[in-house]
Each structure stands twice: as C-alpha cells, then as structure tokens.
Design a protein around this ligand. Structure first.
Ligand code: ATP
Length: 307
C-alpha cells in the first residue's frame, strides 16, 4: 500500500521512507507517538497529499491520479472537521448517504452511534465526542470497501467507545478493510489483526498484537512486599540479576523487574528476598502488553527523566 513514502513540510521530514501493507478484510492499526507521521501517511493514502517520494497505492489505484475512481470506494474519517458548521447532524449524514449508490441505513447508524439525541443540532454546536461519532458515521455510510479512521475513539466515553469497536468489528466481518490510528493500546490490541508501529516517520515494528507482545521471552515480574524496601534494594537486586534485566521501584512496597521470564531469574529473585530479609506479599509474572512494547520501541530521549 505504502512503499518508501517520503513527506516533508519545509525542511521537516514527517515521513521518512515508510513502507507498510494492509491486508484486505482486516483491521490494521498504525500506531506511533505524537508527530510520528501517521496522519500525514493516512492523508497521502486518502489522496489529500501527493507523495514527495515513494509510491502509494490504495485498492490498486493511485490516490491522486485515480481520485475519482477511488472516492466512492473508500471512507475517510478525519481527526476533526468534515462537515459544514451550520448543518444539522442527521441532515449531514443523509446528505452524504445520498452521494452513494448503496448507502447503509442512516437510522441504523444514528442509533448505533448514539446520534439520536443530537441529530437536530448544528455541527458547530455538537460536543467533540458527537462530532467524532458523526465523522465515523459519515465515513461508513457509503459502504466503503476500505475505510481510514484517524483516532476514532479519542475523547469518547467508555460506552460509546465500545459501540464504535463493535461497529468496526462488524464491518470487518462484512468484508470491509479498516485502517485506523489510535493512541489507545488496548484499542489496538482488541481490534487490530495487524499493527504497524511508526516513529519519526519510520516503521519500527509490524505484526499481530500477539506476535508483538509474545514475540520475545521478556516478561514483567512484579514483586510486592509487606514492609517498605530497605535503602539500596533496587540496585542490589539489579546487580544480582545482572545484564539484560531492568529493575524499577514503583513505590515503597513494589518493584518491577523486566527481563527473561525463566526459572533462573525467578530463583535469583527469591534468593535475593531471603538474603535481604524481604518478605514477599506477591510475586506475579506477566507477559508484556502492547503498551510496554510500544513504549520500549518509541520512548524518546527527551522524555527521559533528568539524570
Ligand atoms: P498525532 O499522533 O499527534 O496526530 P501524527 O503521527 O499523526 O501525530 P503528523 O500529524 O503526520 O503526525 O505530523 C508529522 C510531523 O509533521 C509532525 O512533526 C508535525 O508537526 C508535522 N506537520 C504535520 N502537518 C504539518 C503542516 N501542515 N505543516 C508543517 N508541519 C506539519
């Protein structure tokens, strides 16, 4: 879909040789920190920007050159805007539906996305979350083959978030291909068949959420104790565990160890407890989640605490 894409704003390189693919009839999540180049990439796929380097193909077509052929086949939910400020919500949705040959049922979308209460409200008076839901409805109403959704649930309340997830899962079952960006790792973990993690305009990892989180042998061990740790506990445990393991004190009573999930590590932790006179209340071992993987791959030096 995107091959070696380069996009600049003046001197600033926003997308730096990015290549990513999207399998049909799946949900693909493009993740990355603020400013990673996700929206720029999506806007290029949607035909709003011309690639400055590399190529972009969407449903086999060039999004700029073949825009007229592509438009009826794709749905686009922008991060903001997309409707006239004075138009009423449901009126706008009906208008968009009439532009398509085989639209979805407008009332069904209004109900599923909870737009009934604000259907008669002018767009500019809708709350952020209502504008968001209307934007999603407008992207879906034309029964697109492929839909781009930029942060579909940003700022939505938990119930509406779930309704959006269910709707996206349903349209995937109906054969629609979904490309979404999100900052919610639980959303990507729940919805995405495949995840691309982008940082500073470059691809840093790809895979299913399971592949990305279970790919390695690294796990998180959390040790909670009954009395506050004595001074010097984390460095002493880190020295006992050796290279390839990180120890972070979470609070007075708990430590987090990130490292190999093997019997040797667990053995060292319990011997250290014995030697240090520390009484564990709990010792839990968990696989890393997508957020741990994301942070490992994208953590920026400038966000590191001062030394
Ligand atoms: P976010 O998660 O915050 O939405 P993003 O990954 O979508 O970020 P982009 O919006 O694609 O990132 O921006 C990539 C980089 O390009 C950022 O550094 C941004 O400041 C810059 N940028 C984006 N649009 C413009 C523009 N119109 N003019 C100048 N710079 C821009």
């Amino acid at each position: 879909m995107v091959d070696g894409l380069v996009m600049r704003y003046g001197d600033k390189v926003a997308v730096d040789g990015l290549s990513l693919d999207v399998a049909p009839h799946t949900i693909t999540a493009v993740l990355g920190p603020n400013g990673a180049g996700k929206t720029t990439t999506l806007e290029t796929c949607e035909g709003y920007r011309r690639p400055q380097g590399g190529t972009v193909r969407v449903l086999g077509l060039d999004p700029v050159r073949d825009r007229r052929a592509l438009l009826p086949r794709i749905g686009v939910m922008l991060q903001s805007g997309g409707a006239w400020s004075g138009v009423r919500a449901v009126e706008m949705l009906r208008h968009v539906s009439r532009l398509h040959a085989h639209p979805l049922d407008v009332s069904m979308l209004v109900e599923r996305l909870g737009l009934g209460d604000c259907g008669g409200t002018p767009y500019r008076r809708l709350s952020g979350g209502q504008q968001q839901r209307l934007g999603l409805a407008m992207a879906l109403v034309g029964r697109p083959e492929l839909v781009f959704v930029d942060e579909p649930t940003a700022g939505l309340d938990p119930a509406v978030r779930r309704a959006v997830w269910e709707l996206l899962e349903e349209i995937r079952s109906d054969g629609v291909t979904v490309v979404l960006t999100t900052h919610y790792m639980d959303e990507a973990e729940r919805l995405a068949d495949r995840v691309h993690i982008v940082d500073r305009g470059q691809l840093v990892a790809s895979g299913s959420p399971l592949e990305l989180t279970r790919g390695g042998t690294v796990a998180t061990i959390r040790l909670v104790v009954t009395e506050p740790f004595p001074p010097g506990a984390p460095p002493s445990l880190a020295a006992t565990l050796g290279e390839g393991t990180e120890v972070a004190q979470l609070d007075a009573l708990s430590l987090q160890i990130t490292g190999p999930a093997d019997p040797s590590t667990l053995g060292k932790v319990s011997r250290w407890c014995e030697e240090f006179g520390v009484v564990p209340e709990s010792l839990t071992l968990g696989q890393r989640n997508l957020e741990d993987v994301f942070l490992d791959l994208t953590r920026r030096e400038q966000l590191a605490p001062p030394a």
